[in-house]
Design a protein around this ligand. Structure first.
Ligand SMILES: [Zn+2]
Ligand SMILES: [Zn+2]
Length: 360
């Protein structure tokens, strides 16, 4: 629920926040006063007042984190902006530290200026006497929401979600992290790559929207289906880990030829990593079957199921990154399923051998 801070004179400030359990999500400031779209213009006075009220009410802070959309993929402990003894310092000092850290976070190394001091932050509050709710203690005023409510997706609908839907949802969320479900703070994350983790329900909620042809962003996957969401993501080739767990670094299995190739240059390693990205191969093969009716090698036409049978035949088809020229593949380039080819293992070896010759 959304609230706003009320000033000591009893008048509401333009300083909005959400309360989720024992956490306060203080909204960012944006736009210019007097123009449309301006929001949370009393950010500074509102946040200062909130910190003072937390202290005066006998509550205390147990952590403050940056919570902007663009940092929600980063682990909590890397975006903490108030911790340890700072949590018991004077409210004005807390405000100063938080403002500085917000500004520095995300500023390019060496850049002398820049960075916003008015970002969205998440404050965890210890409320010792919780017979009285936080909004009462902190003198907050409820703001009725005019946003349409999200509709819940039924559990049975989840069975229509394929690896291809999951892949598309993941790519979409990497590009538009503000479309993560609000309040999706699972203990678990799907590992996308060494830098990116995403909460399972957000991925599945988007995937199910695509699977059922629903409008994106209006459907919610209920919390009690969390385990089912994990299964859907694992079946699509992703690893699920608990929030703080570090990602086991699995070396990419490569052939002897490819090893020589990889030693020759970083771009080639990027090619292999990209082809072996979590979830990619299953998504591409499913998409190929959906479009063509069966799996086959796009180079020599080999039909693996006819030769090796339906149980294991698909194992000899690999996914090759064909569309983008390797030299142009910069870090962060987004892989589309249409950039990929299904090749039998033999043809894939040969294609790589040709690429090696071209590049050496
Ligand atoms: Zn082939
Ligand atoms: Zn390849």
């Amino acid at each position: 629920m959304t609230f706003r801070v009320v000033g000591n004179d009893g008048l509401p400030l333009d300083a909005h926040l959400d309360i989720e359990g024992d956490e306060i999500i203080f909204h960012s400031r944006g736009g210019i006063r007097g123009r449309t779209g301006a929001r949370n213009l009393d950010y500074g006075p509102g946040l200062r007042l909130l910190l003072q009220r937390v202290r005066a009410s006998g509550c205390s802070l147990s952590g403050v984190w940056l919570d902007s959309d663009d940092v929600r993929l980063i682990d909590l402990d890397r975006r903490q902006i108030l911790q340890g003894p700072e949590l018991t310092s004077e409210p004005n000092e807390q405000f100063r530290i938080m403002s500085n850290r917000m500004q520095l976070f995300g500023r390019p190394p060496g850049a002398p200026y820049g960075g916003s001091r008015v970002k969205k932050v998440r404050l965890r509050i210890a409320n010792p006497n919780d017979n009285i709710s936080l909004e009462v203690k902190l003198a907050l005023e409820w703001v009725p929401s005019d946003a349409p409510r999200r509709r819940r997706v039924a559990t049975v609908d989840l069975k229509y979600v394929t690896a291809e839907h999951v892949w598309n949802a993941v790519q979409h969320l990497i590009e538009y992290p503000h479309e993560l479900l609000p309040n999706d703070v699972s203990e678990f994350n799907a590992i996308i790559n060494s830098n990116v983790r995403l909460p399972p329900r957000s991925i599945v909620s988007l995937a199910v929207s695509e699977a059922l042809g629903l409008k994106v962003g209006t459907y919610d996957v209920p919390c009690d289906t969390e385990m089912l969401c994990h299964k859907i993501l694992k079946d699509a080739g992703f690893t699920i880990l608990q929030r703080g767990d570090s990602v086991p670094s699995e070396p990419i299995p490569i052939s002897d030829d490819d090893r020589v190739w990889v030693e020759g240059g970083q771009a080639l390693l990027v090619h292999l990593q990209r082809e072996r990205a979590a979830g990619l191969s299953r998504a591409k093969k499913q998409s190929f079957v959906r479009l063509h009716g069966a799996l086959r090698c796009e180079n020599c036409g080999l039909d693996p199921v006819a030769i090796f049978g339906p149980e294991v035949g698909h194992a000899c088809i690999e996914v090759h990154h064909s569309r983008t020229r390797i030299r142009e593949m910069a870090e962060g380039h987004r892989t589309m399923l249409s950039d990929l080819q299904c090749l039998c293992a033999n043809c894939h070896r040969i294609v790589h051998a040709r690429l090696r010759r071209e590049l050496s």
